[in-house]
Design a protein around this ligand. Structure first.
Ligand code: ADP
Length: 270
């Protein structure tokens, strides 16, 4: 197992993202090929834990994934959850809010998507957009977004108290890596569909987004719902780190198969 505690944002810390190297492969003594070869064993372990979570249906896991554009949210979900029973896993993506969503508080659409007992729910973007894009693009005044960190801490506290474990992943890529990934979307025909010229406007706001992420992580990383800064320039290492975080989180949840009915040993199937 990898020691993922290095990537956890401690509650109350003054976060300095420049101390988190997006290129890191800390704790893994091997190349890309070895890293890719290590993943299937982690997938298997994740599937075992999820089977118990699903069988018992007493707890749930919410995995929040946030990243700058091209940060690798979709690829992470695809690679890490391959092999997990699709019946017990759901993904919710949060794009620009609809008119109806905007006419409610910003957590309204989020709360409808939180996981039921037994499920793993992955948020591809989340309520954190309401302190990221909203802050950077000035979609709401500071007086509105600045109090949301507290709302979010309290919302996640409530979810935790009610049986949902919350874990949050910031996929951390460098600005150079983003350039290469955007360029690949232009150069490779089968990636053209992913290119969105709006992403260039956000790239121009790189520093503002980094600051918004820094503050969001610092203000909302708690013992009960921690953030992890995942080194994400190397996709294979990112997948290993995310798998390890999820496995270790589920191991702490310690799901168990429900007790079998009594007297099973006396039953003979005719
Ligand atoms: P992705 O980029 O994750 O593949 P989309 O292309 O659908 O998905 O982009 C979703 C867009 O919705 C992003 O630009 C994101 O910033 C925006 N968005 C998400 N939540 C909000 C929000 N609460 N307010 C404004 N914009 C939002």
């Amino acid at each position: 197992m990898l020691d993922v505690s290095n990537f956890k944002v401690a509650e109350g810390v003054d976060l300095d993202l420049s101390t988190h190297d997006p290129n890191s492969k800390l704790g893994f003594d091997g190349n890309k090929k070895a890293g890719q070869a290590a993943l299937p064993a982690y997938r298997k372990r994740l599937a075992e834990l999820q089977t118990k979570l699903w069988a018992k249906k007493k707890q749930s896991l919410l995995v929040v994934i946030q990243a700058i554009d091209t940060g690798g949210k979709d690829g992470t979900i695809r690679h890490v959850f391959t092999g997990v029973n699709p019946q017990g896993v759901r993904v919710s993506g949060f794009g620009r809010p609809s008119e109806e969503e905007l006419s409610h508080d910003y957590l309204w659409r989020i709360h409808q998507e939180t996981p039921a007992d037994g499920y793993i729910k992955i948020f591809n973007r989340s309520h954190y957009e309401d302190v990221l894009v909203v802050r950077v693009q000035g979609l709401a005044p500071e007086s509105v977004w600045s109090r949301r960190y507290r709302h979010i801490r309290e919302f996640e506290r409530m979810l935790t108290d009610e049986g949902t474990t919350v874990v949050k992943l910031f996929l951390n890529i460098s600005k150079d890596e983003q350039r290469d990934r955007l360029q690949a979307r232009l150069d490779e025909p089968n990636k053209n569909w992913k290119f969105n010229s709006g992403d260039l406007k956000d790239r121009a706001l790189w520093d503002d987004y980094q600051e918004a992420f820094r503050v969001a992580l610092q203000e909302t990383s708690t013992d009960y719902a921690p953030w992890y800064v995942v080194p994400a320039n190397r996709k294979w290492y990112r997948n290993l780190v995310v798998s390890n975080i999820l496995i270790q989180t589920l191991e702490r949840m310690d799901p168990q198969f429900p007790a079998p009915e009594e007297g099973l040993e006396d039953i003979v199937i005719e």
